[in-house]
Design a protein around this ligand. Structure first.
Ligand code: RP5
Length: 165
C-alpha cells in the first residue's frame, strides 16, 4: 500500500471487514507509517495466515493490526505464530453485533497475548494509533506528529459547543 517496506500490516478476515478496518489504514496514512493492508482469512486461507505470521518479523514488520468478526480467530492465530505484537480489532458481526468477535479475540490463553481494542471503527483507529505510539518510542519525528495530533484533538474538544435549550 505504501512505497517503503511496511512496518505495520493491517490484516482482515474478509473484504467485508474493510469498512471498519479502513479506519486503521487511514491513521497509518495520516502518520505516513509504511504499511500494507490485505485479506487473510484464518478459516479460508489458514496456510497463507501462517506463512504471513512466520515471515512477518523477517520482513521488518513491527506490528500487525488484525481485524475479524464472528469466530474471530485471525488475531490469536497470528499471535501464536509470531512474536511481532498483534493488535486485535473485533469487527461487528451480523447477529451478535461484535460481542462474539470481542470475546474471541480478547480471551487469549496466558502466554500468547493479543492487545484487544474496542469493537468497530474506534477500535480500528485506536489499534493503529497504538502502533504509531509504539513506533514513536524510537522515532522522534513520529512522536512529534503524535503529540501534534493529540493537541489538535484537545483543541477540537475544547471548541465543542452544545445546542442551547
Ligand atoms: C470473518 O467472518 C471475517 O472477518 C468477517 O468479519 C466474517 C464474515 O466474513 P464474510 O462472510 O463477509 O466474508 O472471518
Amino acid at each position: 500500500m505504501s512505497e517503503a517496506s511496511p512496518l505495520v500490516g493491517v490484516l482482515m478476515g474478509s473484504s467485508s471487514d474493510w469498512e471498519v478496518m479502513r479506519n486503521a489504514v487511514a491513521i497509518l496514512e495520516e502518520f505516513e507509517v509504511p504499511h500494507e493492508a490485505l485479506v487473510v482469512s484464518a478459516h479460508r486461507m489458514p496456510d497463507d495466515m501462517f506463512r504471513y505470521a512466520e515471515e512477518a518479523r523477517g520482513r521488518g514488520l513491527r506490528a500487525i493490526v488484525a481485524g475479524a468478526g464472528g469466530a474471530a480467530h485471525l488475531p490469536g492465530m497470528l499471535a501464536a505464530k509470531t512474536i511481532v505484537p498483534v493488535f486485535g480489532v473485533p469487527v461487528p458481526s451480523k447477529y451478535l453485533r461484535g460481542e462474539d468477535s470481542l470475546a474471541s479475540i480478547v480471551q487469549m490463553p496466558r502466554g500468547v497475548p493479543v492487545a484487544t481494542f474496542a469493537i468497530g471503527e474506534a477500535g480500528a483507529a485506536n489499534a493503529a494509533l497504538h502502533a504509531v505510539a509504539m513506533l514513536a518510542t524510537t522515532d522522534e519525528a513520529l512522536a512529534a506528529r503524535l503529540l501534534a495530533f493529540r493537541s489538535r484533538q484537545t483543541e477540537a474538544a475544547r471548541g465543542m459547543t452544545l445546542p442551547r435549550g
